[in-house]
Design a protein around this ligand. Sequence first.
Ligand code: CA
Length: 435
Amino acid sequence: MAMTDLNATHDPGRRSFVESANQPDTDFPIQNLPFGIFRRGQDDARGGVAIGDQVLDLRALCTSGLLSEAAAEAACAASGPRLNDLLALGNRVASALRARLVELLAIASPHRAALSPMLVPAADIMMQLPTEVGNFTDFLTSSYHSTRLRPDSTLAPNFMSMPIAYHSRASSVRLCGEVRRPNVQQRIGDEVTFGPTLEMDYELELGAFVGPGNGLGEPLPLDVAREHVFGLCLLNDWSVRDVQRWENTPLGPFLAKSLSTTISPWVVTEEALRPFRVAAFHRGHEAPPLLPYLSSAVDQAQGGFDIRLEALLRSPAMRDGGEPGVPITDTNFRHMYWTFAQMFTHHMSNGCNLQPGDLLGSGTVSGPTPESRACLAELTARGTKPLTLPNGEIRSWLLDGDEVVFRGRASRPGFVSIGFGECRATVAPAVTWPT
Ligand code: CA
């Protein structure tokens, strides 16, 4: 991370008059200020910014007279029921709002009385999808995940040359809640059957939201593409392994992935994450040289992120006993072989247009260690070595009623830690097939 990329909004000495934002364990200190869409009671959905256990209403702020120029433009663009218009304005405009927000929310802010009516307790609101997701693409960028899931335990021949992806479904992207076990085709032995999947899995990923994006036929170079990464969220790419195995050849993932994708509601901006940037993954000398369109000094030096990511599993028995979930994955985004800037520019490289609010999944964030395996297929060696949970329950795959919770947090000495909130969803039983 170049120190010049940091600014006054990253100052670890900053505190807010919102007391809960100053607690060391909060995900949303004044250094974070993520964007989301919320609804309170019968009011229209609108943009908000999380600060401690409160949410600042951007529609109210837009008309308050407390903002000028780009900051006002950003808040007003975020006043509607989706953030796409804000993302289309680009990171610099959102950055102007962020710079003004740290003044307005500061502990000694002269505007505290004016802002207080615009602050809503997070406990009183419902979150909604942050953007209208026009397209959702899911990558495969952990070499550890990719190796463990290949039958011969080697990387695919193209893995070290390009960030691999498939086009997934935007219509089934949802916030926290429930995910329904799908009915799918399976091949068991030589018999092909249809019914509720027996191999329901989670994949712990980060999602990246596209800022302004590019025109059709107009790719952007790597160091420009990186400025189109607006912000990140937690992403659960629910995966169904039995149908995945059966349908994958010759065209790749389809029903195994399109059933639904769950994301966390807050978009943590690229700017907020800058103190936690790290070098891109060290490729080693067995890797082919990076092609020029995927290579830049800046991206190699600071294209990665040091973000700790955890998955917890809470079974119905744990819930009934009032117990919290148990951690089953503890990993870090720095293990990813490709950077988001490389994913963005590769995605655009054939002229495909990325649009404001589009969502790109990083791929399962698995690392080298056993605890960093970021899906059950890895944790249980494709179901052959079931997990024994601390209460004695066994899991090869997810069962109905199981709740999966993701958390993410970025920390670095000398900076205030920021977090992503939660991505939480429960597996609901399959529907009875309609007759
Ligand atoms: Ca995935």
